[in-house]
Design a protein around this ligand. Structure first.
Ligand code: FES
Ligand SMILES: [Fe+2]
Length: 401
């Protein structure tokens, strides 16, 4: 049997360290200061987020994305989004045998875990040519030449359209059209764009992150997450053509509500969150404050630029924020700054990710109840890929939904 040095004993601490052994990503750490090192595959069984981005506390490893906790043996001992014991599949697979020799941590090479999954939906998936993609904000971005699907395009009239103040390009006859957003056409709403952002994560992963509700307490601890419930209430998802919709009611803190400031209403309030998704990367979240009556709608679109770059467009639409029909410029500014801070937290998480695309094979990840929207996203993208594949192979146009 061969032993391979992966780290010096001195550098292994309670801060998880990413290493590789024969190309296999591993994480090595000490569950407690001074304890023997432990090694696992560097991926959380849930959404395959590297465990090297996790934190160690009280002898447990806590994943950065949804806070699942693992003990020193790899058993999942906490799965915060749901009640009851975590399913056995949530445990980390046993890592390779390990020993410390001559000040080096070594692993047995004949029981290294498998590598990352290969069936991933990347930003260069051929099916994506048959869809509308955002390419820039009208009147702001130079769109004479744009990066999309790993290629450069010079958009012409025939393949472009403008919607919501955004320019869209479909390289081939699109399988589906853009969704509707009634709030955008309602003059009682005030709209504003966030500065477009970039992520190294694929658009599929970015979309999955947008639809995810279980990460709030862990990823958004500096903005709204500290007050967010860890437990995700049961919700349903309705299928729509090339997409889905889900209505969820959540508890949240609303300290800025004028009625709360006046002491007439509790700051702990109910909110209705409506998520809308349409393939490939059209997303919307409508947040209705059920007590205060304010509505905040977030339009969120991802441009798959290349295998390692996604541009993100976020448009906010406000109604009744702060108890008045038209928010003042100050209120608008602070709402936008807040949303930007929230997006920054998601981008920080996305920076830790290693996979170049979204896994579409259900068994590559471990889906739990809170992931219903993410499961639907994966199903729709798989259907999209399948619907387009024969046409893409023949170079013809696919049939419409
Ligand atoms: S808890 Fe690790 S990816 Fe969700
Ligand atoms: Fe988020």
């Amino acid at each position: 049997m061969d032993w391979l040095a992966i780290a010096s004993d001195a550098e292994v601490s309670t801060r998880p360290l990413a290493v590789t052994a024969h190309g296999v990503p591993l994480v090595v750490l000490r569950p407690r200061a001074g304890a023997e090192p432990v090694v696992f595959a560097d991926r959380c069984p849930h959404r395959l987020v590297p465990l090297s981005a996790a934190t160690v506390e009280g002898g447990r490893l806590r994943c950065a994305y949804h806070g699942w906790e693992f003990d020193a043996a790899g058993s999942c001992v906490a799965l915060p989004s749901q009640e009851g014991n975590p399913p056995p599949r949530a445990d980390l697979p046993t890592g390779p045998r390990i020993r410390v020799r001559d000040g080096m941590v070594q692993v047995a090479t004949d029981d290294l875990p498998g590598g990352d999954p290969a069936d991933l939906f990347t930003n260069e998936d051929p099916s994506l040519a048959y869809a509308w993609h955002p390419i820039g904000i009208a009147g702001v971005d130079d769109v004479s030449e744009v990066e999309l699907l790993g290629r450069r395009y010079r958009p012409d009239r025939e393949h472009t359209q403008e919607r919501w103040g955004l320019l869209w390009l479909a390289p081939e006859k699109p399988l589906t059209e853009l969704f509707d957003d009634p709030d955008h056409d309602d003059e009682n709403y005030v709209g504003a764009w966030l500065p477009p952002a970039r992520s190294k994560a694929s658009a599929g992963i970015v979309a999955d992150n947008f639809l995810d509700v279980a990460h709030f307490p862990f990823v958004h601890a500096r903005t709204f997450g500290a007050a967010a419930e860890k437990l995700v209430e049961r919700y349903e998802v309705t299928e729509e053509p090339w997409g889905c919709r889900s209505v969820q009611e959540q508890w949240f803190d609303n300290p800025a509500d004028p009625e709360v400031l006046a002491g007439r209403r509790s700051s702990r309030q109910r909110r209705r969150a409506t998520y809308v998704y349409r393939a490939p990367f059209q997303l919307m979240l409508r947040l209705e404050e059920l007590d205060a009556g304010a509505v905040k709608t977030i339009l969120f679109f991802a441009q798959p630029e290349s295998r390692s770059s996604t541009r993100i467009y976020t448009k906010m639409l406000f109604h009744g924020i702060g108890g008045v029909a038209d928010p003042t410029p100050d209120v608008l500014r602070s709402e936008l700054a807040f949303e930007e801070a929230v997006l920054t937290e998601d981008l920080e998480l996305q920076r830790t990710l290693r996979l170049p695309g979204l896994p579409l094979r259900m068994r590559d990840e471990l889906h739990v109840r809170a992931d219903l929207l993410g499961v639907n996203l994966r199903r729709v993208l798989r259907r999209f890929q399948d619907a387009v594949a024969p046409a893409a192979a023949l170079g013809g146009a696919p049939t419409r939904d």
